[in-house]
Design a protein around this ligand. Structure first.
Ligand SMILES: N=C(N)NCCCC[C@H](N)C(=O)O
Ligand SMILES: O=C(O)CCC(=O)C(=O)O
Ligand SMILES: [Fe+2]
Length: 330
């Protein structure tokens, strides 16, 4: 259970990154300094900022810039890459199309998933079969995103090595059949500001994205500077702002890591409210288990948490598909 945290910790992970490909990483003091902070943050909040992550600020900013440019285009242009069941749920959705707990969210988005080839995961993966629909406009969209996905995938894998150590496992605990061939999801999200909302004929709703937990392992959010919108719930039910800190990603634990850790780390509820007059963009990257991973509490986590399995086993792909299929009004 998340504690009564009042703010979200900031962790400089450079000490972990220096050594994360070194077979002797577990002997390194700098690594353990980071691991200690990860453990505390994952236990207390399930959320933390990372700085010293090594992805150039210019690329991180460019990803948001091209996303702003896309959402600024007229609807006719955006709908050219419309998301439907036929596109494997990849592509553009307009404001109000995504629903959380039965309520339309005040955001538009492009949903992207790692490619799923026909038949790749049998019936488990069928509804997500397809490849991403990149817009032609802005013209550098595709190349910027491909570079970003490659770097942020590596970064996520390395943070997971630190989290594996923090749980008391080996650095590669989340390799192999667990997450050695990680699935990923990326959502490019645009939240209209308050003044823009009134011009849209939408049911009144100031919730950019309703309260939810993320589905997989680890989420990294790249959010616009200056607008506070993301909120995280602590154990007293207070909503704590994840105020933007330039040069950082906001990271949080997903449902599959909650199961693997037998609840040692939890996937914390969060939501988005854009009450500012400015249009806000965020790009959420979800680093996930292998699509067909069978997820059940790790033995050493079970031992640390009273010896009983607190959660039923899950198949990651099943969990994802069941969420995706209920996220849209069709
Ligand atoms: N892949 C992830 N985690 N996406 C998060 C979206 C959360 C909102 C969604 N409508 C829901 O109800 O889950
Ligand atoms: O926009 C944000 O800051 C977070 C979005 C989010 O929580 C999600 O897409 O899962
Ligand atoms: Fe989320």
């Amino acid at each position: 259970m998340a504690s009564e945290f009042k703010s979200i910790p900031v962790i400089d992970i450079s000490g972990l990154l220096f050594k994360c490909n070194d077979p002797n990483m577990i002997k390194d003091e700098g690594v353990w300094e980071v691991v200690k902070q990860l453990d505390k943050a994952c236990k207390e909040a399930g959320f933390f900022y990372v700085k010293g992550h090594g992805i150039p600020d210019s690329l991180v900013k460019e990803v948001r810039d091209v996303t702003h440019k896309f959402f600024h285009l007229p609807y006719e242009e955006k709908v050219k890459i419309k998301m439907t069941a036929k596109t494997g749920f990849r592509g553009y959705q307009r404001v109000g199309e995504n629903v959380t707990k039965g309520k339309p969210d005040m955001h538009e988005a492009i949903d992207c998933y790692r490619e799923v080839k026909p038949g790749m995961y049998g019936s488990l993966g069928e509804s997500l079969e397809g490849s991403n629909k990149w817009p032609e406009n802005p013209s550098n969209f595709n190349s910027v995103m491909e570079e970003y996905i490659s770097l942020i995938t590596d970064l996520s894998r390395n943070i997971m090595k630190g989290i594996a150590l923090a749980l008391g496992g080996a650095p590669d605990e989340f390799g192999g059949e667990r997450a050695g061939d990680p699935f990923w999801v990326m959502r490019l999200i645009g939240y209209p500001g308050v003044s823009d909302c009134s011009s849209l004929e939408m049911p009144e709703n100031d919730i950019g994205c309703g309260a939810h937990t993320d589905y997989g392992l680890l989420t990294l959010v790249n959010q616009d500077d200056e607008i506070s919108a993301l909120q995280v719930r602590n154990c007293s039910g207070e909503w704590i702002w994840a105020v933007p800190i330039p040069g950082t990603f906001v990271c949080n634990i997903g449902d599959m890591l909650k199961i693997w850790s037998n609840g040692l780390y939890e996937s914390t509820l969060h939501r988005v409210l854009n009450n500012s007059p400015k249009y806000r963009v965020s790009v959420a990257f979800f680093y996930e288990p292998n699509f067909d991973a069978v997820v059940k509490p790790l033995e050493f986590c079970k031992q640390k948490t009273g010896g009983m399995e607190k959660f039923e086993k899950a198949v990651y792909g099943d969990h994802l598909v069941s969420k995706v299929l209920t996220n849209f009004v069709t």
